[in-house]
Design a protein around this ligand. Sequence first.
Ligand code: FPP
Ligand code: MG
Length: 329
Amino acid sequence: MITLDSIRKPVTAELAAFDEFVERQFTAEGELLSDMLRYALSSRGKGIRPLLVMLSAAMNASVPGAATGRRACLAAMLVEMIHVASLIHDDVIDEADTRRGKPSVNARWQSHKAVILGDYILARNMAIGLTSGQFDLVTHVCGSMAALCEGEVMQDECAETHDMTRRTYLDIIHKKTASLLGVSASAGALAVGATRDRVALMRRFGEALGMAFQMQDDILDYTLSAHTGKPANNDLREGKITLPLLAVLEKVSDERRAELIERLGRCRQDEASVEYLQCTVVNEGGLEAAAREMHAYLERAAGLLSEYEPSTYRTALVDLCAYIAERDR
Ligand code: FPP
Ligand code: MG
């Protein structure tokens, strides 16, 4: 079993430099804002995005140690803080009470304060980035923020109409998740002065990894909540059609599809419908079908790395692909 700790190992120094950078740069004015910011930053989660930035920076660096430098730390901070802010806003939108097993910011301080905190994090992120003068990194990373919003709006519309196609699903997860992971991997390369081709290659790698990452998230939503720190079947309760259900809807008759969609419409208030749809997805192979598709993206991602010479960093990135498939949280 591959662990995140073993994947982090080759970039321990880089990640320590990143933590120290964030601690020093990311401060807030006023007691309440400082408290909220500290709370949000202390429960940051797995740190996949900074890890991706640092592994990519280290693998692409022509000078050893370049990835501990200021540009790599800045790139990692820019992507991670966009991610942190987007989850704070996401929990307001979803009215989620918990995040990673702890009260969400909106549950602890109310929604209006959570919205402001998310905005504040984005504003500080931008200010730190622009003040640093590293405009190429700021432009590269912050280009993904609009995609996140577009993905969120598309997802919201689809949850209201229950109208979902494979193309739309792939578009949504590309925008809401894969775009930022693509930007994380490519920003690491950009930070250490990699060629344009290598930056583009790393973007494709991160995007494929990100597609798989979100597919696994959507699979985990159908399973028990003990590890993820989120209640199971949240997506069904929110009316979302994600890959496991989509895979079932695609193969059933028109009549059965209409029946399942009708059930989905009742999930917000009817727990029996949630259970019915969950059992249907499990019994009709929806999870296996989604897992097959996720593995195809991971194979594509790992294959892209064959352009690089073998190194501990390349091995760690290949391991990260395997970890995405194995993870249970
Ligand atoms: C989590 O997805 C949410 C996202 C990946 C993106 C959310 C984006 C926004 C709210 C737009 C705001 C954007 C910025 C830049 C602040 P999920 O709901 O599937 O996952 P979850 O189960 O972890 O909540
Ligand atoms: Mg959510």
